[in-house]
Ligand binder design. Structure first.
Ligand code: ATP
Ligand code: MG
Length: 141
């Protein structure tokens, strides 16, 4: 487990409305290095697999529709204590509850269309980074 790496995804709402540059600038200002980045249109199978932990939740179908609705931008981010720090920087799931100045308070549209994903534990960040990036990409930076 690498405590310095985490995965973010700039979600289709934010990527499609031209907010990715501002969000990346915000993350860099918060001390994150962008080690690797992609632009990816998730297939239904990929979105269902990525959010499999939520498959019994009532919002799962809508979440998969949203995440496959357009391109998104997975980012491999690095800094000390990456997972808890990124969760703090993105803010609460619902932008109405997110602290002022967080990415979701600034850029999210709604609880579902909330601009950015972040891994919720170092164990999950390892799994999620491997979902999008190769071992060679992880060694960069
Ligand atoms: P993420 O995993 O994307 O970083 P999160 O950890 O803050 O978000 P989760 O509970 O893991 O929140 O939910 C995953 C995603 O599902 C949310 O980011 C949001 O897009 C969507 N979601 C969660 N709860 C709801 C809800 N009640 N209604 C609609 N969409 C929801
Ligand atoms: Mg989550």
């Amino acid at each position: 487990m690498n405590e310095s790496d985490t995965l973010a995804i700039i979600k289709p709402d934010a990527f499609g409305s031209g907010k990715s540059g501002r969000i990346i600038a915000h993350l860099e200002a918060a001390g994150f290095q962008v080690v690797a980045a992609r632009v990816s249109r998730l297939s239904r199978t990929e979105a269902e697999a990525f959010y499999a932990v939520h498959r019994v939740r009532p919002f799962f179908g809508s979440l998969v529709e949203f995440m496959t609705s357009g391109p998104c931008m997975p980012l491999l981010l690095r800094r000390a204590d990456a997972v808890p720090h990124l969760r703090q920087v993105i803010g609460a799931t619902d932008p109405a509850e997110a602290d002022e100045g967080t990415v979701r308070a600034l850029y999210a549209e709604s609880k579902e269309r909330n601009a950015i994903h972040a891994s919720d534990s170092p164990e999950n960040s390892d799994i999620e980074i491997a979902f999008f990036f190769t071992g060679a990409e992880r060694l960069q930076g």
